[in-house]
Design a protein around this ligand. Structure first.
Ligand code: G3H
Ligand code: ZN
Length: 279
């Protein structure tokens, strides 16, 4: 199965493929291990900030390919550039060997978003393309965003003018921690899905209750992104370890003390999205 078929299988069978964002070697290793155990396909999300932190796109492609080989990973792994705001970033990730690209033109004008999305599409060599319209709230790589809802008409128009594979509409989810209960516009999500038949992506998955995530999957979400909850799961376990082991300075022991904390969060989302056993 190629990556497009992997995505369409999720859409047809009404489950969602998780996107777990990675920050370093350990993050990538733990996520690949847990997805292999659970037999779940996965998008490994890389934000521009995380790419810079890890050294660059070539480092990441080499690292992920090495991990897949050495850990005998057999499930579909889509290395995905997350929230790239320029054509150049998308181009560099494609050249380095990423499998999937998100061009996020939501911060500029609607016309520019369409224009650059099409430029990126023309440059691709078989990669999947995700675009965002409206504005997802919260913070991405430390930059705050105002929430701006996507309308059905806007989604239809954008899709008719671009040749994307996945659309991320802004329907109430936010990046990072929610203030109060998440209010996700599931009815608009369903209408966009029914009218356009486009695989939809849910950003800001962390903090959305299980029942809403499940309904989102039934209403057209084929890929759901998680970052903050993985970090929180890892952080809680590491804090506990450090408090009880103040004299341990071996970085392998400190960093890996968060392994199960992170893996438990990923396992839980795989179950909720219904992607367990789908690889
Ligand atoms: O693109 C990445 C995400 O949408 C993750 O959001 O940190 O709120 O889970 P989150
Ligand atoms: Zn996002």
């Amino acid at each position: 199965m190629n990556i497009k078929e992997t995505l369409l299988k999720a859409k047809n069978e009404k489950y969602a493929i998780p996107q777990f964002n990675i920050n370093n070697l350990e993050w990538a290793k733990y996520i690949l291990e847990v997805c292999e155990e659970e037999k779940s396909p996965v998008f490994l999300g890389v934000s521009s900030g995380a790419a810079k932190y890890m050294g660059g796109f070539d480092v990441i492609v080499g690292m992920v390919n090495g991990l897949k080989k050495d850990l005998n990973i057999t499930v579909p792994v889509m290395l995905h550039l997350d929230h790239a705001t320029t054509f150049e970033l998308c181009k560099d990730a494609v050249d380095a060997g990423f499998d999937s690209i998100m061009f996020d033109g939501s911060k500029g004008s609607y016309e520019d978003n369409i224009k650059t999305t099409n430029e990126v599409k023309n440059y691709l060599k078989g990669q999947l393309l995700e675009a965002e319209i409206g504005k997802i709230g919260g913070e991405e790589d430390g930059i705050a965003n105002e929430l701006y809802f996507t309308s059905v008409e806007e989604a239809e128009d954008f899709i008719s003018k671009t040749n994307i594979d996945m659309l991320a509409p802004a329907l109430g989810s936010v990046h990072g921690i929610y203030k109060g209960e998440p209010d996700i516009k599931l009815d608009i999500m369903k209408e966009i899905s029914d009218k356009t038949n486009m695989p939809l992506v849910l950003h800001g998955g962390s903090g959305i209750p299980e029942e809403i995530l499940k309904q989102a999957v039934q209403n057209g979400i084929c890929k759901a992104n998680f970052n903050t909850e993985l970090q929180l799961g890892w952080h809680k376990a590491v804090l506990e370890f450090v408090e009880n082991n103040k004299d341990v300075y071996d970085p392998r022991k400190v960093i890996s003390s968060g392994e199960e904390g992170l893996k438990n969060v990923a396992r839980e989302y795989i179950r909720i999205l219904g992607s367990k056993g789908k690889a």
